[in-house]
Design a binder for this molecule. Structure first.
Ligand code: UDP
Length: 257
């Protein structure tokens, strides 16, 4: 885990040090870090913020490189309801789930209020553009200062990071799918000096673009959002959940303390 220290408690869930924090407090933390970054642009390294769900927890057990990358995050929040359920087995249950698709709206509201600038990296260029149009419609005062699709080679990293730095972005949203987005964030952190946060966001743009509807709220609360997504996209996601759910459940029970 990074050496950055925050005021909120950390709970080990499924082997990942997970932040015990509310959505609102996480958004405030983002705003505070971005303010600090603006005060010390020449020395500030972006805080890297990942999320934990069943797929990620299974991948940590199977892929040592991914585990090492995850442990370099400054904050890992509970993206999946099963992560919250597992925390209830400990003395420190998490206050709530922070799905990135919900958190984005908390972040957008506080960014509008504080004048924070977003850069949107990832997805196809069409999906990226549609997502940005949807964000602009909901948050007219939010500054989106740049974007790039997510289909590029590692040899373009330096150029993309220079573009991000020149844009004056405070937060870079990175939607490249797991595990690419986590590796990309850690590998490029030092190229993004002065940027407040790097936040991975997986399928966020498809939700914002309206390509992937959210599960009904009762399914989200019951920890069944994965089932809804699998039913909608059985070929891509059904297989993913079938292969990761039993193993992540085992890791949630075995490595939560
Ligand atoms: N993606 C991308 N570049 C890649 C692979 C994926 O930009 O090389 C995008 C993809 O278009 C999608 C997102 O990353 O918008 C991943 O979505 P997914 O639903 O797989 O996210 P997760 O379930 O991992 O959060």
């Amino acid at each position: 885990m990074s050496t950055t220290s925050y005021a909120f408690p950390i709970v080990s869930i499924g082997g990942l040090p997970t932040a015990s924090i509310t959505r609102t407090a996480l958004a405030q933390c983002m705003a505070q870090d971005c303010a600090s970054a603006r005060e010390q642009p020449d020395t500030w390294l972006p805080r890297v913020v990942f999320s934990s769900n069943g797929q990620g927890i299974a991948l940590v057990g199977r892929d040592e490189d991914f585990a090492r990358t995850m442990l370099q995050a400054d904050i890992i929040h509970a993206d999946g309801m099963p992560v919250v359920f597992a925390s209830r087995l400990t003395a420190n249950p998490l206050p709530e789930r922070i799905a990135t698709t919900d958190f984005f709206h908390d972040a957008a509201r506080i960014a509008e209020e504080k004048g924070l600038r977003f850069y949107m990296l990832g997805a196809t260029s069409a999906q990226n553009a549609t997502a940005i149009a949807a964000i602009r419609a909901s948050y007219p005062d939010l500054q989106i200062v740049g974007s790039h699709d997510g289909y590029f080679g590692d040899d373009q990293d330096a150029e993309i990071c220079e573009n991000i730095r020149n844009s004056g972005a405070d937060v870079v949203w990175v939607a490249l799918g797991k595990p690419r987005q986590e590796h990309w964030s850690i590998r490029n952190r030092s190229r993004l000096q002065g940027v407040g946060w790097i936040k991975t966001c997986g399928g966020l743009y498809s939700f914002l673009a309206g390509d992937a509807p959210r599960a009904p709220s009762w399914m989200q609360a019951a920890g069944l959002e994965w089932l809804y997504r699998a039913a909608k996209e059985p070929t891509r996601l059904g297989w993913r959940y079938l292969t990761t759910n039993p193993y992540s459940l085992y890791r949630l029970l075995r490595y939560t303390k």
